[in-house]
Write a protein that binds this ligand. Structure first.
Ligand SMILES: NC(=O)c1ccc[n+]([C@@H]2O[C@H](COP(=O)([O-])OP(=O)(O)OC[C@H]3O[C@@H](n4cnc5c(N)ncnc54)[C@H](O)[C@@H]3O)[C@@H](O)[C@H]2O)c1
Length: 346
């Protein structure tokens, strides 16, 4: 298949790698930034200054990798030009305040749109859901934790989210994993969140970044289960489960160690099913594991589980365009994630 890529930044690089593995050829790149266009040319891509020019090459699909602010405008442009277009658009599909306009723009659009909410395609999440169901668990508590020590990144000048604070980085992935467990885990009663500041030692002294250190969001779901979303940018692990990680409560300041889990607990049965997302110690990149606990002991250990979510998500999108499967993440599913993200904003 042939694609036109819009946006030549960080995520575009992953798309190029993963889509090449699916026999996709990028026949052109569009980017508003002159330096990015220069880089694309140097990498051997044809660069277009207009969508009309790119459309003449009859792409099989368009791959939108630009900043979220512009997803809506670009979807509108493509729709007006290529009425039956196939489109991959990065997550989130749009901002909360754009949802109504997005719905209008896409009304009666016959093309195919896949939103790259990559955790929708996670095999670890799928295993957690299927194993919990097969064990007939009635979840009393569900925990999604995604923690990483980003101190070094921040020292180097990493972008800081001043709207969603610590929740802005992994929040939508955590929400996606919870929603993949079932609609019954949508919130019924939201509790007050707890934020922690980030303290970083710089050459000229210590600085404090308000609400950037960690956040814990809790709610009672429609099913009655308590749902906890926790993330720490300072690398402070809160919900440790035994399994692939030997006990630790602080993630070292490197680029590879992350602690990303999804736990489904049934207090009455004294059981828990816990998914560990990659990278997992002792496994290759792109491999995760699921551990089943009964009365605190490990009952089952499933590893490795192939879980390169970015690769899986893009592969599923291509298979959908080729009519080999259903849509892995529709616009409606993506809107639901944006709505829940907004609901949990405070
Ligand atoms: N699925 C994931 O896990 C994941 C991870 C990171 C980023 N993302 C998403 O990917 C998108 C891009 O993020 P990124 O980190 O690659 O950003 P980035 O800033 O590195 O790259 C964005 C690129 O788009 C270009 N651009 C911006 N507006 C444009 C426009 N109107 N027309 C053409 N080009 C334009 C910029 O010049 C830049 O080159 C965001 O929506 C982000 O949320 C998803």
């Amino acid at each position: 298949m042939k694609c036109i890529r819009i946006g030549y930044g960080h995520v575009a690089e992953w798309h190029e790698k993963k889509l090449t593995e699916e026999d996709v050829t990028t026949i052109g790149v569009i980017d508003i930034d002159e330096n990015k266009r220069k880089l694309a040319l140097e990498a051997g891509f044809q660069v277009f200054s207009s969508y009309e020019e790119a459309f003449k090459l009859k792409p099989d699909f368009w791959d939108i990798c630009v900043s979220t602010d512009f997803h809506l405008d670009i979807l509108q442009t493509i729709r007006s030009l290529d009425f039956h277009a196939n489109i991959i658009v990065e997550k989130p599909i749009c901002h909360f305040f754009q949802i109504n306009t997005l719905k209008k723009v896409l009304e009666n659009f016959p093309g195919k749109i896949v939103v790259n909410e990559n955790y929708v395609s996670s095999n670890v999440t799928k295993n957690v859901r299927e194993i919990s169901t097969s064990l007939n668990l009635k979840p009393t508590r569900i925990i999604s934790e995604m923690s990483k020590n980003r101190t070094a990144d921040i020292r180097k000048g990493r972008f800081l989210d001043q709207e969603f604070f610590a929740f802005g980085y992994e929040g939508s992935h955590m929400i996606t994993n919870i929603l993949e467990l079932g609609e019954e885990y949508f919130p019924a009663e939201i509790k007050n969140p707890h934020y922690g500041d980030m303290h970083i030692t710089m050459p000229n002294g210590k600085i404090c970044l308000p609400k950037q250190g960690r956040v814990e969001k809790k709610y009672i779901s429609k099913s009655g289960a308590e749902v906890i979303l926790y993330t720490s940018m300072a690398g402070d692990i809160k919900y440790y489960y035994p399994g692939p990680f030997s006990f630790f409560d602080k993630i070292v300041e490197d680029n590879n160690t992350r602690y990303r889990i999804l736990a489904v607990e049934d207090e009455k049965k004294c059981m828990a099913v816990v998914g560990f997302y990659e990278p997992v110690p002792g496994l290759n990149r792109g491999e995760g594991t699921v551990v089943v606990f009964e009365k605190g002991d490990i009952k089952e250990y499933i590893a490795p589980i192939y879980d390169d979510t970015m690769g899986l998500s893009l592969k599923n999108a291509i298979h959908y365009f080729l009519e080999k499967r259903d849509n892995p993440c529709t616009v409606d599913m993506a809107i639901e994630i944006v709505e829940l993200f907004h609901l949990l904003k405070r």
